[in-house]
Design a protein around this ligand. Sequence first.
Ligand SMILES: NC(=O)c1ccc[n+]([C@@H]2O[C@H](COP(=O)([O-])OP(=O)(O)OC[C@H]3O[C@@H](n4cnc5c(N)ncnc54)[C@H](OP(=O)(O)O)[C@@H]3O)[C@@H](O)[C@H]2O)c1
Length: 218
Amino acid sequence: MPRALVTGGNRGIGYAMAQDLLARGCDVVIGVRDAQAGAAAAAALGCDWVHLDLEDTSTFAPAIEAAGGIDILINNAGILIEDSMVTHPKGLRRSMQVMFHAPFELILLCLPHMAQTGQGRIINVSSGWGAFDEGLEGPGGYGVAKAALNALSHALPRDLPKGVSINAMCPGWVHTRMGGQAAPRTPEEGADTAIWLALDAPANVTGKFFRDRQEKAW
Ligand SMILES: NC(=O)c1ccc[n+]([C@@H]2O[C@H](COP(=O)([O-])OP(=O)(O)OC[C@H]3O[C@@H](n4cnc5c(N)ncnc54)[C@H](OP(=O)(O)O)[C@@H]3O)[C@@H](O)[C@H]2O)c1
């Protein structure tokens, strides 16, 4: 029974991911920045939760220690700050912290256990807005941060321990607080490719970018 950590698992796509992983028999812990939301979501899901605020680096090591040995890390939490990068540069800095720096630090903290067991799967939840192939669209610094996360997902395999994979995925346009009411996909549909990468994709698939279980261009 692999132990899986889903960041931002208290709502949206992360919640659906936690639900799906539990249904598949995984031992799940959600990483949540708000204690009340974390406790409520974990109780509804029937899983564990740890306090993890991706803008507060002091929470990282205690969260990973409390979570126990993580076999599957899903870097799902994200923010969409629409302000101009020029007039509101803090937005880009926050986007990079939540969607690039924090995922990298969590990977580093999870790697010793993965190296020890010789297996581990890291899934970075990205976006088509972070794909050069799709024009790096999206407002503010969102796409820049996702492009950096994509670059990490592409380059890190050369330095990962044997048996550990890392991939990026795009959930599509999903009906969540971030995606909005008009989005055509359910959170469950948005979660599907990440769950496939976590449990079903061949173990040697690494350094790639997926949408709808299909490899896509960066
Ligand atoms: N929805 C879409 O159409 C779409 C499309 C492409 C990619 N994505 C990506 O999919 C992922 C999930 O998005 P979603 O649509 O489910 O968004 P969402 O409903 O807005 O949920 C975002 C989650 O991230 C958490 N989060 C934000 N900042 C955090 C921080 N500093 N520390 C810890 N957790 C934090 C939120 O926690 P709080 O509840 O505390 O705010 C929430 O759990 C994101 O990476 C997003 O970029 C979404």
